[in-house]
Design a protein around this ligand. Sequence first.
Ligand SMILES: [Zn+2]
Length: 257
Amino acid sequence: MLTIHPIPAFKDNYIWVLHNRMHAVVVDPGLALPVLEYLELKKLRLHAILITHHHGDHTGGNAELLKVFDVPVYGPSNEFIPFVTHPVNEGIQINLQEISLRLTVLDTPGHTQGHITYFGSNPKNMIFCGDTLFSCGCGRVFEGSIEQMYHSIQKLVQLPDDTNIYCTHEYTLDNIRFAKMVDPDNKKLTEYEIYAKQLRLQDISTLPTTLQLEKTINPFLRCNQPDIIKSVQNHALSTLADPLSIFSELRAWKNSF
Ligand SMILES: [Zn+2]
């Protein structure tokens, strides 16, 4: 049985721990201490660290974890990240024997130049997508181009609908506030807001989300929908209607929100 558990860190990060009650793998450990405490509490042995991109809130715990556990560190080959021992990129498979999980690497640049996503299909479809896709939103474009981000998101959209999305930040309620402005008549979005608020009131993570759900509520995945196109055109005083232009205007709108 694979358990995937979010460890809260900083203000709104999640460090995902994958384990089978004995062996564990950790994704984007921005901090070491809460990870070490969780491993200790659950009597788990760490076997690998997976990194999606170079930002400090995803990598800052590497040094301290490696002092305790001598394990491989997987990370994007297009970025320099201290302590990465296994640089990986598109198509490379990672066999995490101890937790019986095989992951495939997808290049998803945009937030950073070398950002990668890890995709697994057993025991269920899942992605660890760092700061590329969030529930009801997407990452900021810091280093890559808006075209890269658009194509990265499109790559993730091609995955099976039942793919569970493990992103790295609890941004859901903020993202919903923006999405409601863009897509005010979307009933699914209103329902999701009620559900997400209930979870947050109990301090429960809104993640993982699923691709199927995101396709109904996330404006960044709905740039071909008439309601979104109209709303973005009105805001940007533009007549452009192609999905990339809509995505680009939507991202700019969100940046100033
Ligand atoms: Zn980041």
